[in-house]
Design a binder for this molecule. Structure first.
Ligand SMILES: [Mg+2]
Ligand SMILES: [Zn+2]
Length: 265
């Protein structure tokens, strides 16, 4: 067995990483929770739209990020994008060109087909419009893959995309997470709330990459599994902060995640 630190972060050249494909036990009823940006999708929606349409705003993104709440900043940059004259069609076109790896799509659809006791839940800090535009463009809505999608609300106001926080800044109940979730949403709380809305599962599998996926992974138990993307915020937090009870399996490319999903069938 390769040690955890090597599996987490030491692969600088990512083309041929250490493989982590040891079998997993079978579970009759399982929930697969997916993060969206850099997990189900092979890019980050909030950054990608500016990379495609306005490099100036992509640089502005980096400048503002330390100063503003993340969702508020993304909403502000969308207003700037609108001021620059970019239309709804421009934004939707950029989203439809965003990379989603065919291996990931194949992996989730194969698992859904082979194991009917599997449910999928999308838990993302992106937004309703980005996800609602991309999922159908890669064939993941017909038939639906996800039982539920929890993300930030967004809607079109003419040509302007208006984005707001999942938990509004003036809402009476703010989350009290101390693990570092941004004010708009605690992914751990959202996972717990989903579990309360549904029957229990024999195990939960969480597919994620970002620092904000650390909170929900801390809420998983010893029967659960995290499929963690290497060399990103989540792998670093697991290595630095520990405290994870679930099994952790690592992947770099979606073609590896496809193999890991295959272990659940
Ligand atoms: Mg992510
Ligand atoms: Zn949290």
């Amino acid at each position: 067995m390769t040690d955890q630190r090597t599996l987490a972060a030491s692969s600088i050249v990512l083309e041929d990483p250490p493989l982590d494909f040891e079998p997993l036990p079978r579970a009759a009823r399982q929930l697969v929770v997916f993060d969206f940006d850099w997990s189900l999708a092979d890019q980050d929606t909030d950054r990608w739209v500016h990379e495609v349409l306005s490099p100036r705003l992509r640089i502005e993104f980096c400048r503002l990020k330390p100063q503003m709440q993340f969702t508020d900043m993304c909403a502000h940059l969308l207003a700037e994008l609108h001021k620059e004259g970019h239309s709804r069609a421009d934004l939707e076109g950029a989203l439809r060109r965003m990379p989603v790896h065919p291996g990931m799509v194949r992996g989730v659809r194969e698992l859904q087909r082979k194991h009917p006791g599997t449910e999928f839940f999308l838990l993302s800090n992106s937004n309703e419009v980005y996800i609602g535009t991309i999922l159908p463009s890669v064939g993941l809505t017909e038939p639906p893959l996800f039982t539920e999608i929890v993300t930030n609300p967004a809607h079109w106001d003419g040509e302007l995309l208006r984005l707001s926080r999942r938990i509004a800044p003036d809402a009476a109940e703010q989350h009290t997470c101390k693990v570092g979730c941004s004010a708009n949403m605690c992914k751990g709380d959202e996972l717990d709330a989903f579990r309360k809305r549904h029957e229990s599962y024999d195990r939960i599998i969480y597919v994620g990459d970002g620092g904000n996926d650390y909170c929900p992974i801390l809420r998983l138990g010893p029967n659960d599994v995290a499929f963690v993307r290497r060399n990103r915020g989540l792998a670093k937090r697991i290595a630095d902060e520990g405290g994870v009870q679930c099994t952790v399996r690592y992947w770099t490319g979606a073609w590896e995640a496809e193999q890991l999903l295959g272990l659940l069938a």
